[in-house]
Each structure stands twice: as C-alpha cells, then as structure tokens.
Write a protein that binds this ligand. Structure first.
Ligand code: URA
Length: 217
C-alpha cells in the first residue's frame, strides 16, 4: 500500500458503506449514510493541517493550546456534482475554508473529463501556505482527479498540501493519482476490486451523483 493512501477502517464507516452499496437503499437512507461517513473521512483528511500553540485562559489558569495555524488558507474543492455531498461536513468542520467548485463531467466514451466550471475570484495569498481538500466520492479512473490536482499544482500549491477525499476508490484511480503526484495524500473508506468496461467501480455503488440527487433515469 502506498504510504500516502489512508483507508479509514472503522466499523461505523463499514456499516454505512454497506447501506450505500445496497441498491434498495432509497435516497434519504443513502444520503444519511453518506453524511455520516463524510465526517469520518474529513477528520482523517484534516489530521495533516498545521497547528500552532496559542495562549488561552481557562477558568483555572493561563496556558497554551494548539489551534489551526491562522496563517494558512484552506480551499475545499468539490468536483461537481457528486463531490457536493461532502461540502456540508467540510464547511461545518472548517467554517473558515474557501469552497472552490470544479465542474467536470465524464465523456462516457473516452472516460476523459470535460470541464465546464472553474472560477477563482481573487489570487491566492500564498500558495505555499494554502491547503486543498479535493472531494469526489468515487475515485474511478482518476482522470478527473488528475485534472483537479493539476489545477492547483499549476497555481504553485505543493502536492503535499493536498488531500484527495473519496468514499470508494478503484486501484486504477489510486495508481493514476499516486504515479502522477507522489506527495498527494488520498483518504478513502474502501479500495474496491476494479473498474468495469464502462469505468464503474466494482462492486461500488453505481452512479454516486444519480443516487445522491435521485436523478430520473
Ligand atoms: N462515478 C460513479 O459515480 N460511480 C462509479 O462507479 C464510477 C464513477
């Protein structure tokens, strides 16, 4: 296993993942299970954030206690549309983060991403002090993940400041990202067997976006 791949092994995560895999779980059940897992993934992904000791006065005495380094900027970047499902947990746990949506959909024949949205209003204060969490529940071919990471690398953000958070990962997607970005961290709840001929993860859970948003077939 690559040292930068972190699999969250936890009975509650495993239990909720089984709910997600079940094709008979309805939208409400599916989204509740996904929300529960998203907190576990986020706690794991944010363990790399730098802290500094800050003075605090407790009711008993003055002391120092760690806080997230206030000099850093945090970007949370959901890949539309399925990545949106992780943004609530992200904003709740990191209320000072900037959300940067990346709009891509997959060309079903080439499996390559087609970009349709990527807007950044201002400039980064300091790329070296910027930390990025890229969110996509399904790391399948890794093609859109590759583009998403590249979007931030080209702005000068170090790979080691980036965490890719996925619910289920295929070995193909993990290989694609870790070969291209040897310092990127990947946090996932499960590495599945493989991709099928249509680029879906096996056993997976089907199309995550369709199941989250109850898309009409
Ligand atoms: N995207 C999905 O939603 N599911 C897969 O299995 C692969 C990519």
């Amino acid at each position: 296993m690559n040292k930068n791949v972190y699999v969250v092994n936890h009975p509650l995560v495993a239990h909720n993942l089984s709910v997600l895999r079940d094709k008979n779980s309805d939208t409400e059940k599916f989204n509740h299970a996904l929300k529960r897992i998203s907190y576990a993934l986020f706690f794991e992904g944010t363990k790399f954030l730098p802290t500094i000791d800050a003075p605090v006065s407790t009711p008993i005495c003055d002391t120092n206690s760690p806080v997230i380094n206030p000099d850093i900027e945090i970007i949370v970047s959901p890949i539309l549309r399925a990545g949106l499902v992780f943004s609530d947990a992200a904003q709740e746990l990191l209320p000072f983060c900037h959300i940067h949506h990346l709009g891509m959909y997959r060309n079903e024949e080439t499996l390559e991403p087609i970009w349709y949205y990527n807007k950044m209003k201002g400039k980064l204060k300091d790329p070296i002090k910027t930390f990025v969490f890229i969110l996509d529940p399904m790391l399948a071919t890794g093609n859109s993940g590759y583009d998403a990471v590249h979007n931030f690398v080209k702005q000068g953000i170090p790979e080691e400041n980036m965490v890719f958070i996925s619910l289920i990962s295929a070995p193909e997607g993990i290989n694609r990202l870790t070969k291209a970005y040897s310092n990127l961290k990947i946090v996932t709840s499960k590495i599945d067997e493989k991709l099928n001929e249509k680029g879906y993860i096996v056993p997976g859970l089907g199309d995550a976006g369709d199941r989250i948003f109850n898309t009409v077939y």
